[in-house]
Structures are given as C-alpha cells and as structure tokens.
Unconditional design. Structure first.
Length: 449
C-alpha cells in the first residue's frame, strides 16, 4: 500500500476563469524551486496536459471517472505521482460541473476521490465585495469538498486587490495569490481551445517559464505548499500497465506524433509497452516512410486539418500507410487519425484507406459517449462496451462503413472496421479496457487476437 503525495486541486468557478494559467504557472514555479511536481488534468482534455508537461518535465496525465471509472482514479493518481514531492491537479469547467450537468466526473468528484483540498480560481475582473459571496457559496455548497485557498485572477489594481482581500477576510478561506490582468500570460487559441504545446514547443516552453516567474511572485507558494501537505494519507495500490504473462515476441507499433497528431494519453502508450511492444514514433507530415519493422499503426488525434497541406504533400508516407492497411495489417485511428485515413480532407488528398471523405464544419461535436463494438477488430472484440469522448469540428461521410466500429448510444453506428483497420471518432482511455491494447500488440506481433 502506498501513501499519496501532498496534493491539491486547482479549480475554477467556471470555464475560462484561468485554471490552466494558474495550474501551469504553479507547476513551473514549484519545479523552479527544485520540487518534483506531478501534474494532472480532470477530464478527457489533451491540450492542457501538454502545458503541464512542459512545466513539470514529466508527463501530464488525465483523471476522468467517466472514461476510466471512479475506481481507477486513485490508482492512476498514485501511478502518475510516483516519485513526486507533490501533485497539482487542474480541474475542468466549474468546480461542480460534471457529466450531463451533474456531479459525476466533476472536479469536486475527483477532489473527493483524492481527498485533496481545492485552490479556487476566481475571475475578479468585474467584482469587489461580491467576490466574497461567490467564494462563500463555493466553499459551503458541498461540505465534502474543502476549499482551502483562493487565487484572485484578472485583478485591476492594488486598490482593487485591497477591496477584494478585505471582503474575503471574514470567510476564513485564505487568499493565496492575486494576478493582474495581463494579456501576455494568455496562450494562443483556436477552434478546440489552446494551441497544443507540441505545435509551439519553443515558444510554449518560454511562455511557461515566464508564467512560472509571475506565479512565483504573485502567489504565496509557502501557503500553497501548506495546503497541499494538509491532504491526508491516500492509501492504495498504484495502477500498473504491465500485462500478465510473457509478451509476444517482435511486436513493434508505429505511433503517429508531431504537431498534427499530439492527442495521446500517456497511459495508452504505457499499456502498449507493458504488453511488450516497442514503440516507433513518426511524424506523418514529414517522415519519409513508416518505421522499419512496424507491425501495427496507432494514429491518435490532433489537428490534421491545420497541417492538411503538409500531410497531403507527403505522398510517399500516405502511400506507405495505404499499402500497410491494404495488406491487412492492424491500424487503429482515433478522430484526427480517422481524418487522415479518409480519401480527402477539405479537398486535399489523404491516405485513401477508407472509402469516405472528411470536411471541416462550423459545428462542434463534443461530449462523453457510451458505445459497443459492432465488429471484431484488431482493437476490440465484438460486443466490447466502452466509454469514450468526442471533440471535433469535422464530419466524415459516410459516418460508418459496411462494418461499423461502434454502436454509439443514442447516435447509432459510427466508425469503420475494414481488414485490420479500426477507425473512429471516439477517443478512448485504455486503462479502463487494458485487453484492447494487448489485443493490438498481439496483432502487431502476428500472433492473432
């Protein structure tokens, strides 16, 4: 049994309040002090953890009761926090906003599962004394959640800060920092949120470093550390990606990476390695061919639409992917990977593995999904039930092939199974279904499912 690291949850009153700014800057500031910080993100988001990873120098990980089941939140936390001096968990949306507007999978839900105190970020840009009413409401709404500190964001002046602190002082919830309005602290955004750190690594690294300096000056870091250390013991067994039994020999999985394909859960990669696979990373926008000896392809999500020209112009790689799939070799594609396998994306040639066209739309498709595998594939046995997540502004026509990948609850058939290809919009966190990556690794080794 392992006791959990000191920990806290950076939560917000609502989306856009500055959680990622505070969380990433706090991780960077503490790391600059020489502390080993384990960063986490509540929910399915891929982008915020990419900034956490830059700040911490170790992977940013997700904690999502819907995708993984609440029983895995603590083991996954203990796994990701190994060797850390403390953990910083960034919340999602407002503190109490969960699946379908309820409590489940909310930041508060995860804070309770981890026994972690909350550092509440408040956008104070248009408030003075009213901020005290907001903090009072959030700190008393659920007595099982301990709001142990407040960060005031977008404060206008010294006088504004004094008014806010005076209003909050009777509540007994300490103000652990106040950040001024500063557009220079904001990361660039586009249609799905922040631009991933993988696309602007040098600039993002410098931005995170500067952010850490600002947070180090404007937050009471000793107070933050006291709050994190006030979390009680967290007993449990860390999650393990290791597969039982001997691994299949010679399994090599080529994993798409680079700016266009940066949406990958760290645990998914660990499960592939734990099943015995050697991972071979390649960039579909620039690699001249597939990695030598690859027995399977894993094409995760990302922004292929932003790099459609580069992906289309890399004809040798597109042809290699098409031939690999035509040979019946296992290919797993999620969201952005699905677009890459289509005939075209907004009129630009893609791999042509799937008899479908892809286009960008002005409509956001977003939400958790429950699904059941309709067709057995290199990833899933027919009948396998999963929980996934969709997040895209694109459409594929048709939405499903002759052998659909999934029956999505409330939406119908979705995705494609053809030969060794399993392609779908669903993002899956495989920690909840470790048999799936193990099935893929066996297929990569030519052992069969």
């Amino acid at each position: 049994m392992v006791a959990g690291a000191p920990r806290l949850v950076v939560a917000g009153t609502h989306s856009g309040v500055g959680k990622t700014t505070v969380a990433s800057g706090l991780v960077a500031a503490l790391a600059a002090r020489g502390l080993r910080v384990a960063p986490f993100k509540v929910g399915p988001d891929f982008i915020d953890p990419s900034y956490h990873a830059l700040a911490a120098g170790r992977p940013g990980r997700n904690l999502d009761p819907f995708l993984c089941g609440e029983e895995l939140v603590r083991p996954l936390f203990l796994h990701g926090a190994r060797g850390a001096d403390l953990a910083v968990v960034e919340g999602v949306m407002g503190l109490f906003d969960g699946e379908g507007g309820g409590d489940f999978a909310s930041t508060a839900h995860v804070a309770r599962l981890l026994g972690a105190p909350v550092l509440l970020v408040v956008d104070a840009s248009a408030m003075a004394r009213s901020a005290a009413a907001v903090v009072h409401g959030y700190s008393t709404f659920d007595p099982r959640v301990r709001v142990g500190g407040v960060v005031l964001n977008r404060v206008g002046s010294d006088a504004h800060e004094r008014m806010l602190r005076e209003a909050l002082s009777p509540l007994g919830v300490p103000v652990l920092g106040a950040l001024r309005r500063d557009g220079r602290l904001a990361a660039p955004e586009r249609h799905l949120g922040l631009v991933p750190a993988a696309e602007r690594r040098r600039a993002a690294g410098e931005a995170v470093r500067r952010l850490g300096e600002v947070i180090g000056r404007r937050l009471d870091l000793e107070g933050v550390l006291r709050l994190a250390r006030s979390a009680g013991p967290l007993e449990g067994e860390p999650w393990s990606p290791e597969a039982p039994g001997p691994p299949p020999p010679g399994a090599r999985v080529a994993v798409a990476s680079g700016p266009a394909f940066s949406f990958l859960y760290e645990e998914n990669l660990e499960l592939l390695r734990g099943a015995g696979a050697e991972l071979l990373f390649f960039d579909p926008a620039s690699s001249e061919g597939l990695p030598e000896g690859a027995g399977a392809l894993y094409l995760g999500g990302g922004f292929p639409e932003v790099y459609a020209a580069e992906l289309s112009e890399n004809r040798p790689l597109r042809e290699a992917v098409r031939l690999f799939a035509a040979a019946g070799r296992p290919v797993v594609a999620e969201c952005g990977g699905l677009l890459y396998l289509a005939r075209s994306l907004d009129g630009r040639e893609m791999c042509g593995v799937l008899d479908a066209g892809a286009r960008m739309t002005g409509r956001l498709t977003l939400g958790y999904r429950r699904a059941r595998a309709l067709s057995g594939s290199s990833l899933a046995e027919a009948g396998t039930e999963v929980r996934g997540h969709e997040f895209h502004y694109s459409a594929v026509e048709p939405a499903a092939g002759e052998r659909p990948a999934w029956e999505v609850e409330g939406r119908g058939p979705e995705g494609f199974v053809a030969g060794g290809v399993h392609a779908s919009y669903l993002h899956l966190h495989w920690a909840a279904r470790p048999q799936m990556p193990r099935r893929l690794v066996r297929a990569a080794a030519g052992v069969g499912a």
